[in-house]
Design a binder for this molecule. Structure first.
Ligand code: B3K
Ligand code: ZN
Length: 883
């Protein structure tokens, strides 16, 4: 916590470090009242720095400095200066050894950054700038050092002592303590440092790399969770193999550890050879874990493992380059998940998330390019833009280069920059050098914020048999109007009998392709026309196939054309999107009718589309489930200016109930047909069947018939897995069967109270209930013994789930906003990162109708008026209020 006007840091001000640290030797003594950290840094001036006479300035905060020595001589207090954020030693030679002894109190560290306690263990989180809470250091990613770490702790309480690299020595002391020394043979920045001490058990497996190295794999957890590690271990082995096969990346040590901790700000952290995970992203077993969580565990284990190359071996020069490792690694994990399951389903889920959450960020006060140009607090930039949009930018490069050249580019990138801290520019350059393709204009995706709008119109000329597509791009952000992007627009033209052969006017016919039915148009200007020749009939264009670029597409399809695309397009993403767009039109009609005080009529085509989806057994079940889900309230709010959340909710619920009533028999049939008798497996087929079955249950329960209730209660009582259990509980919670709901909630808690992750689902399903009165229930939940405001998973399960519950959060009396402001004020002092992250929904006030916007601003102003705002909260609130 510091002054309330933190300074802004700019990318353009980047300077190389004035000093380098060749070796970092750390010594920790963990004791209940105080932890002592001794560091020995072998340092020298950086020959690349312009200032060769600079004083030494090390980062450091929230610790007590005991002693500093320079080349073995204890420094007097006048030789150095300490303030809240740094230690300055005025005069140092060109090369020297600096030793510091500091005291820290991990037990009081509620920010969960640096060294802290979670339950009975010690653990660390250093990215981005947490290492400076452990010891004085050059805490910046372009300072890479060789680390050795010795940990001393009581042997009975902390039998397991872990850090990065290899265990090279250990011993016991006569006072009941023991020690372990770890040595990491790879140079790394401080943000990849990790330490764990605790009473942990582990499961072990091994992996033999492509060149024959044996790697010991261990997952450390509290003893009670040992039965929930297997899925993560299998996921890890699959990731290691996949990365060898797909990217030629081999693991580089003989040991790889994962540790699960309860209190964690994010999902997981890729510390070299010692990944630390939020329990929610590593533990899984059918009885306690939903299908979605199984898939998340696999994806996050893979993501952190892939960072070993894209992040650790090649790291970022500065935090403005964060997307260099995160965008690329998200792209890599998405490809992995696509290969492990259904590519189309994964794509649809990712695009749906991007369009709902990232597009809103790009339209809001925190909009930033994937490579931001400035920040006050870097923790605020671990965003969907840097991660998910960043991954889309890498995907476009992969698309533009083609599979082989993209692989060549990534090989060159890893080879050229192994052991270095580099920039996004280095990545793009490697891609250009390996492929010979010009990515000059494409680079604008790195420096310009905002979602490009692509307005496309088509014209068929019967006389000349040509079809012309006119493409106009535009992009506006709060700050500026960007220059034209290079947008790869994948497209096809569909005729009655299938996709038509494409011959673009002015382009050479492509002899390589036997089937010229899909093209990627290079959209590079603000307006462009593409003319296709020899088109024998008026086609329906299939545009942005596979979502080939992160843009908002506008094409004025008729409802019949959308129906046609939904059943005829060979591109799975476009089929799903056609269904969504028809849903959008249907909902817009109903919202307008509601606002005008008229009857809401459901678009009959939507009903017949759903009927068709439910009747055709040849369709992919997961896709059917996805297509049967109307565009979400959040998506609708994002595309409607001055969104009226209540109207969106009422219209959408009315549509759903109408669909449920009309298609009851088909939903029942789908429910029965997809009820599995085999033992649970988290595989593609079973997940698809459960997804369709539970979608059917959801609709059946909307009709609130006695049969549906009986079905739902039976499913709740007989469920052998958490997916089915939660689906039934959620349907009950959102129904008006009050007595059964209360009974199920009580039963569920009784049964699962000792499983924190399951209790979190119980909290979240209640906080997400869209019925009236939820805010009071949320307040009651926060007083429940299961709640703990210091635990981020619990805060997300209650406060996060409530803010995602649009109709209640945006209640017209503003009570939801005031509630959130209260929580932010409390969390600002305890855990600024979590506070700033939770603020998101309140900051986009411009996207809501005037009455809501005014109340949202009022809540923001109350936060702003607090004394001692953290940098994190200050940055988000001030940018929102000033936008
Ligand atoms: N790199 C970490 C995120 C760290 C967040 C720090 N506030 C997890 C990941 O993206 O893999
Ligand atoms: Zn990551």
């Amino acid at each position: 916590m510091r002054d309330s006007q933190p300074k802004t840091i700019y990318l353009k001000d980047y300077q190389v470090p004035e000093f380098l640290i060749d070796h970092t030797d750390l010594h920790f003594t963990l004791a209940d009242d105080m932890t002592t950290v001794r560091s020995r840094l072998s340092m020298r001036r950086n020959p690349e720095s312009k200032t060769q006479d600079a004083s030494l300035v090390l980062h450091g905060q929230d610790m007590q400095l005991q002693a500093v020595t320079l080349d073995g001589t204890l420094l007097s207090a006048s030789a150095y200066k300490v303030d809240e954020e740094s230690l300055t030693v005025a005069s140092v030679p060109d090369s020297f050894v600096l030793e510091c002894e500091t005291l820290i109190k991990p037990q009081d560290n509620t920010s969960l950054e640096g060294l802290y306690r979670s339950a009975s263990m010690y653990c660390t989180q250093c990215e981005a700038e947490g290492f400076r809470k452990i010891t004085y250091y050059l805490d910046r990613p372009d300072v890479m050092s060789l680390f050795t770490t010795t940990i001393v702790a009581d042997k009975a309480a902390y039998p397991v002592l872990l850090s990065n690299g290899n265990n090279v020595d250990s011993g016991e002391n006569s006072d009941g303590s023991h020690w372990v020394k770890w040595e990491d043979p790879f140079k790394k920045p401080a943000y990849l440092f990790a330490l764990v001490a605790g009473d942990l058990e582990f499961i072990e497996d091994s992996f033999t790399t492509c060149s024959g190295n044996d790697v010991t794999l261990r997952i450390f957890v509290e003893a009670k969770d040992l039965d929930k590690c297997d899925h993560a271990m299998q996921s890890l082995k699959r990731s290691m193999k996949w990365d060898e096969e797909t990217f030629g990346r081999e693991y580089d040590l003989n040991i790889f550890n994962i540790v699960a901790v309860d209190d964690f700000n994010m999902g997981a952290m890729e510390n070299k050879s010692l990944n630390i995970f939020n329990t929610s992203c590593v533990l899984a077993k059918p009885e306690t874990t939903t299908d979605a969580a199984f898939q998340r565990v696999e994806a996050i284990v893979a993501h952190e493992y892939f960072h070993n190359w894209s992040g650790n071996r090649v790291t970022c020069r500065d935090w403005f380059q964060l997307s260099l490792k995160e965008g690329f690694t998200v792209y890599r994990d998405a490809e992995f998940s696509s290969d492990m399951g259904s590519r189309t389903v994964k794509r649809v889920e990712d695009v749906n998330f991007l369009r709902t959450v990232q597009f809103a960020e790009d339209a809001g006060p925190m909009a930033h390019p994937i490579r931001p140009e400035s920040f006050m607090e870097i923790s605020n930039f671990y965003t969907v833009t840097v991660y998910e949009k960043g991954a889309e930018i890498v995907r476009m490069i992969a698309h533009l280069l083609g599979k082989d050249l993209f692989r060549k580019g990534s090989d060159l990138y890893f080879e050229r920059h192994d052991g270095q801290a580099v920039t996004c520019e280095d990545f793009v350059k490697a891609m250009e050098d390996a492929s010979g393709k010009d990515l000059s204009q494409f680079r604008r995706w790195y420096s310009q914020a905002g979602t490009p709008q692509l307005a496309v119109s088509g014209r068929y000329d019967e006389v000349t048999s040509t079809y012309s597509l006119t493409v106009k791009q535009s992009c506006k952000t709060v700050q500026e109007t960007p220059k034209a992007f290079h947008i790869p627009l994948a497209m096809a033209l569909l005729g009655e009998a299938g996709a038509l052969r494409l011959q673009l006017q002015g382009a050479e016919p492509n002899p390589d392709s036997a089937d010229n039915t899909e093209l990627v148009l290079d959209v590079t200007e603000s307006e462009q026309q593409f003319v296709f020749e020899n088109i024998p009939e008026r086609p329906v264009p299939s545009l942005l196939r596979g979502f080939s670029a992160p843009v908002q597409l506008h094409f004025d399809y008729s409802r019949d054309e959308l129906m046609f695309l939904m059943s005829h397009d060979s591109d799975g993403f476009c089929r799903w999107d056609a269904c969504q767009q028809l849903g959008v039109l249907a909902l817009k009609d109903m919202i307008a009718a509601y606002q005008a005080g008229q009857d809401m009529q459901l678009e009959p085509r939507l009903l017949s589309a759903y009927q068709h989806l439910l009747s055709d057994e040849s369709l992919d079940k997961s896709m059917v489930a996805l297509m049967l889900s109307l565009p979400s309230e959040a998506y609708m709010a994002g595309i409607m200016p001055k969104a009226d959340v209540q109207a969106i909710h009422i219209a959408r619920m009315t549509a759903k109930v109408e669909i449920a009533d009309q298609l009851q028999a088909l939903f029942l049939q789908a429910y029965k047909a997809n009820t599995l008798s085999q033992p649970y497996q988290a595989n593609e087929q079973q997940i698809a069947a459960r997804s369709l079955k539970n979608t059917a249950l959801h609709y059946l329960m909307l009709s609130e018939t006695e049969e549906a209730l009986a079905l739902c209660l039976a499913q709740y009582q007989q469920a052998q897995n958490m997916t089915d259990s939660m689906a039934a509980l959620s349907a009950l919670v959102n129904s008006s069967f009050e007595q059964q709901k209360q009974q199920a909630l009580a039963d569920f808690y009784q049964r699962w109270q000792s499983e924190a992750l399951v209790v979190n689902q119980w909290l979240s399903v209640q906080a997400g209930c869209y019925l009236a009165g939820t805010l009071d229930k949320v307040k009651a939940l926060m007083a429940h013994p299961a709640f703990d405001i210091k635990n981020p998973n619990k805060v997300r399960s209650v406060v996060g789930a409530f803010t995602a519950n649009a109709v209640n959060f945006h209640h017209q009396d503003g009570s939801g906003y005031e509630f959130l402001a209260d929580q932010i004020i409390t969390l600002n002092a305890l855990n600024p990162q979590i506070a700033a992250r939770l603020l998101g929904p309140l900051t986009k006030w411009q996207q809501y109708k005037d009455e809501s916007a005014a109340l949202m601003r009022k809540a923001l102003q109350r936060i702003m008026a607090q004394e001692q705002l953290s940098k994190d909260v200050y940055e988000v609130v001030s940018k929102s209020l000033n936008s």
